[in-house]
Ligand binder design. Sequence first.
Ligand SMILES: [Zn+2]
Length: 292
Amino acid sequence: MKTMVTFLATMALAVTVAHADGLRILYLSKSSGFQHSVVATQKGQPSHSDKVLTEVARRMGATITCTKDAGLVNAENLKNYDLVIFYTTGDLTRPGNQDQGTVMAGDGVSDLLTWLKQGGGFMGFHAATDTFHETRPGQPTPYIRMIGAEFRTHGAAFEGILDVVDTAHPAMAHFKDGWKIRDEWYLFKNMNRENMHVLALLNPGDHGSVDTKYDIPAYPIVWCMSYGKGRVYFNGMGHFEDVWSNGDFQQVVADAITWTTGKGQLDAAPNYDTTVPGDKPMAGAAGASSTK
Ligand SMILES: [Zn+2]
């Protein structure tokens, strides 16, 4: 075992040196809560999002491990990766009844956060905010502080409009301002307003829904943050297979992988107007659009 540890440590060092190519990605899609169809595996075949991310990684010359084994998120194994991607639900230290994935150890989250602080990269999509919920109202877990917000609710899917706040950001290189796409749009609580750098807002527009949940101003749906020496990126999109199959979305994912793994300007200074009460971003985020 000791030999193995030394070997892994050496590998991690080698990757740090040769960072330009050969990124190594860990994609975790364990559902301890609700399981989305895009992460469901059938008869041992990769899920839809597994297939898409594997193809995106291949185009980038990266290698990817797609797994439902949350036990792989531990200090020793994280040394083997440059980037961890979550599309998860629930308390990952508990099995749930949606998949057979191994649970995360009790110190898995703290291992992840320590690794991130030391220069790792973390990306979350959609349900990643529906993971490690607060145990007391208004007291977000360390995981939620890191990812930037916690899933609160959603209504019926509709075609939303994505208003880009920071068009100059490297992670937004190919993200179309005013992009209209049908998805299931999460609404959040426990937003880490003090630390997030908002990249795009979901503008419900004329959402055509009878659901008054979305009769609100545009709100953050894509953002990033720095976390120690690490980088964090969250994108609320990705409920539907169609979104993952969308070539523009795949390009957005590739750009985000590039940024999150340390390439390009950091540009993650908080740009959210915390003087506006509640989780309504608007004034600050709109102000930040002066970079347009
Ligand atoms: Zn969903």
